[in-house]
Design a protein around this ligand. Sequence first.
Ligand SMILES: C[S@@+](CC[C@H](N)C(=O)[O-])C[C@H]1O[C@@H](n2cnc3c(N)ncnc32)[C@H](O)[C@@H]1O
Length: 212
Amino acid sequence: MQKNSSDTAHTQNRYDLIAPLYNVMEWPVEKLLFQGWRSDLWQQVEGPNVLEIGVGTGKNIPYYPDDIELTGIDLSPKMLQRAKQLLAKHQKGNVTLKEMDAQQMDFPDNHFDDVIATFVFCSVPDAVLGLREALRVIRPGGRLHLLEHMRAEWSPLASLMERIDGPLHYLIGVHIARETVVNVEKAGWQLQQVRDLTKGGIVKKIEAIKPR
Ligand SMILES: C[S@@+](CC[C@H](N)C(=O)[O-])C[C@H]1O[C@@H](n2cnc3c(N)ncnc32)[C@H](O)[C@@H]1O
């Protein structure tokens, strides 16, 4: 059994509970910010064989390019169920969605050309383990594309985030004080570009490559 299996079960449980409310809760920020960021991120994806980790309710589905083969995974069956409903509306025949844990994926080594995830490594219980798995399943030279929120760079806000991280994780399964850029490097990825999308470095776009 995995060392962090109780944390993984907790995360799955929280996203299963949140699934019916997720799109409503995110609606304002989705309209104001996320849609533009998603569109920009997907323009960097070349494929043809692409893995999306943590598809959630399928918010990236409208941005999937037609000329790629996409495999999407998520830990939460209830989030995934919503993604499948949305996928049926978009009629994308090149997409397969599966329930799977990013920390322990069923894919062979060097299988994908790109890996993409949006607002996911704040929730994967062991983020470095998940990022290491992503590195394993992508081919050498393949690229990782992330949108992630993380611990603020301004230390008074970072301390506040650290203080409320535990209770928030308990309530909704998310960590708000992660150091995701550091985690990407710890997992063995080579950073290509890190861009701040908000003040204080709270949301970043991260591009990295699997060393050849
Ligand atoms: C904040 S939501 C983001 C969903 C979507 N990517 C988006 O942009 O709206 C985080 C998602 O990551 C999934 N997740 C968390 N831990 C995971 C893991 N270990 N393996 C796969 N998915 C995971 C959750 O179930 C949830 O659907």
